[in-house]
Design a protein around this ligand. Structure first.
Ligand SMILES: [Fe+2]
Ligand SMILES: [Fe+2]
Length: 176
């Protein structure tokens, strides 16, 4: 059985005990920890900016279909906030610090903060922001590969949701 699964369990056990202060981080972590934390902080900034944009846009949405659009924006805002919390939690697990500094938030975000008094423009700009997130998160998932499966799964969960958001916005834009 050339490909049998083998473990040096004694070594794993002694390392687990020797470096307890590292929490979930063990020597088997296969990625560049600092690089993953830095990337997750960009995702965190993106999620916070998206939360703020949707919260603003839910308030300023006026006109035909405005109520259904505002309700959708509110729901997206809540989901982006959830994403931000999940990403911050993972940064802490990796031994990093979640950067929520408002001074640099917009510059570090992949997506832009936008607002408008025009309902159609609001929908279009949110669709663009979601499409940016879909593209950048897809790249991050590929970059993580098998080297950090936990962070990859988290990013896949976010990616799935952003695709759903983009789809919902596209449907609202198509609505007569
Ligand atoms: Fe999100
Ligand atoms: Fe989204």
């Amino acid at each position: 059985m050339e490909n049998a699964f083998k473990l040096d369990l004694e070594k794993i056990k002694s390392q687990a005990r020797a470096q307890m202060q590292k929490g979930a981080m063990t020597p088997s972590y296969g990625h560049d920890r600092e690089a993953v934390i830095a990337t997750l902080n960009e995702v965190l900034a993106t999620e916070i900016v998206c939360t703020l944009r949707y919260r603003n846009n839910a308030q300023v949405a006026h006109g035909i279909h405005a109520e259904s659009v505002a309700a959708e924006f509110k729901q997206h805002a809540a989901e982006e906030q959830e994403h931000a919390d999940l990403v911050a939690q993972r940064i802490v697990q990796l031994g990093g610090e979640p950067n929520m500094d408002p001074k640099t938030l917009a510059a570090r975000s992949h997506a832009e903060y936008t607002t408008s008094s025009n309902l159609r423009e609001l929908l279009q700009e949110n669709l663009v922001a979601e499409r940016v997130a879909v593209a950048t998160y897809s790249e991050i998932v590929r970059w993580l590969g098998d080297r950090d499966p936990t962070t990859r799964r988290l990013m896949e969960t976010l990616l799935e949701k952003e695709e759903e958001h983009a789809d919902e916005l596209a449907s609202l834009l198509d609505a007569p």
